[in-house]
Design a protein around this ligand. Structure first.
Ligand code: PMP
Length: 406
């Protein structure tokens, strides 16, 4: 061990000491969506950004005002670990009214820093090192990363492109074993926008119960279901006690930056997650909790307007894609994405995404970033104006003509 004087004399600083990275995170891979984002940031010239995973709207003003008023009135302190009682109450009411899921706000709900923290807490609470976490793919890349952080083994379970990547319970059940601690279901799904078939969800949940595992239900796009209902998984399956529901304000209320989410489920699991939450982040930001309170209990008209705009964009994008040769996508029934089949183009989805960026000025997310089964696809987000969407799709059409040589 060098003393401080020798360290200074010999120029040994923290900066030139070899970094030691924990084995747990050594396997972390850079997200392919992030790669595209970085390339887009370096790119000079006019780009159409269709890789984004968040609503392009600012948070409605009355929500911002609700939070600011609360901050002015002194809501600047830690809150209870599980979240302010009135916020938990508002979430429980919202879940009952809109999702038909009934939870006790005092014992079955914890308010978190975004849905992301809720997902991580759920995994930390129910998986043991070495356990399997099953992830139907294409799926959001952070699930694997979080399972790895929790010491578990993420297991991709590919869904079928012939079935537009709907949930196929048989495939999930075949991948289950006594090592399975959790199955992650995200409906409507990022990246496909697909709202999964209920019977398949029911069958997966039955199997989860048989294996004494948990279904982690990521319902963050539940507020953006265009054709279908917003009923939560825990409202209709036979084993709601096995369902840990994750949701938040980011998508429906355009509140990504406020970092406000929640986890609802079995009392013992919630009690454990609240303890983990206490020793990691203490509580969700008190100002953001007040923003959530206004979002959940206040005027809903601006939220409904955003929803209508998303639905119109979804229809525009799908109809326009139908006119472009060599590419296709089903009409997504939820979320803010279409998963475009570009398998007739030359190259991997990463190469296609890079070519589309460099030669045509459109930024997308390569399908392979959502699991191997996403190869041959691009995820396009419709969280952009109709003008930009039109411009982007015109450019994709140009590329299609060049690729197909017509
Ligand atoms: N789940 C999915 C499927 C998502 O797409 C996102 C955000 N992109 C999240 C969770 C995270 O949401 P939050 O902002 O509430 O952490």
């Amino acid at each position: 061990m060098l003393d401080a004087d020798t360290r200074v004399r010999e120029g040994v600083t923290v900066l030139n000491t070899p970094a030691q990275i924990a084995e747990r995170v050594e396997q972390f891979e850079e997200s392919k969506i992030r790669v595209m984002f970085d390339l887009a940031e370096e790119h000079e010239g006019d780009l159409v950004r269709l890789e984004v995973g968040e609503p392009d709207f600012d948070t409605p003003q009355h929500i911002v005002s609700g939070a600011m008023d609360a901050a002015h009135d002194g809501a600047t302190h830690y809150t209870s670990n599980a979240g302010l009682p009135e916020v938990r109450e508002a979430i429980a009411n919202k879940m009952a009214d809109e999702n038909y899921v009934h939870v006790d706000p005092e014992s079955e709900l914890v308010v978190t820093n975004g849905a992301m923290e809720a997902l991580l807490l759920a995994m930390l609470a129910v998986v043991n090192p070495g356990d399997d976490v099953l992830i139907p793919t294409p799926g959001w890349p952070n699930y694997s990363a979080q399972a790895t952080l929790a010491g578990a083994k993420p297991v991709e379970v590919p869904m079928s492109p012939e079935d537009d990547f709907d949930l196929d319970a048989d495939r999930v059940i075949d991948a289950m074993s006594s090592d399975t601690a959790a199955v992650l279901l995200n409906t409507p799904c990022n990246p496909t926008g697909r709202d999964f078939d209920r019977e398949e969800i029911q069958r997966v949940t039955d199997a989860v119960a048989d294996y004494n595992a948990y279904l982690i239900a990521d319902e963050v796009y539940e507020g953006l279901v265009y054709d279908g209902s917003s009923e939560g998984i825990a409202s209709y399956v036979d084993h709601p006690e096995r369902v840990l529901t994750v949701n938040g304000c980011s998508k429906k209320y355009a509140m990504t930056g406020w970092r406000l989410g929640w986890l609802a489920g079995d009392e013992t699991v919630i009690d454990t997650t609240t303890t983990i939450h206490q020793s990691t982040t203490s509580c969700a930001s008190s100002v953001s909790q007040h923003a959530a309170l206004t979002a959940l209990t206040g005027d809903q008209s601006s939220i409904e307007e955003m929803y209508d705009v998303f639905e119109r964009r979804r229809d525009f994008v799908v109809d326009r894609i139908a006119e472009i040769p060599g590419v296709s996508c089903p009409r997504p029934n939820g979320a803010i994405y279409v998963f475009l089949d570009v398998s007739e183009f030359e190259g991997s989805s990463m190469e296609i995404a890079k070519k589309l960026l460099n030669n045509y000025g459109v930024v997308t997310a390569p399908g392979s970033g959502f699991g191997d089964v996403g190869e041959g696809y691009l995820r396009l987000s419709f969280a952009n104006s109709l003008d930009e969407l039109e411009k982007g799709l015109n450019r994709i059409e140009e590329m299609a003509h060049d690729e197909l040589g017509d």
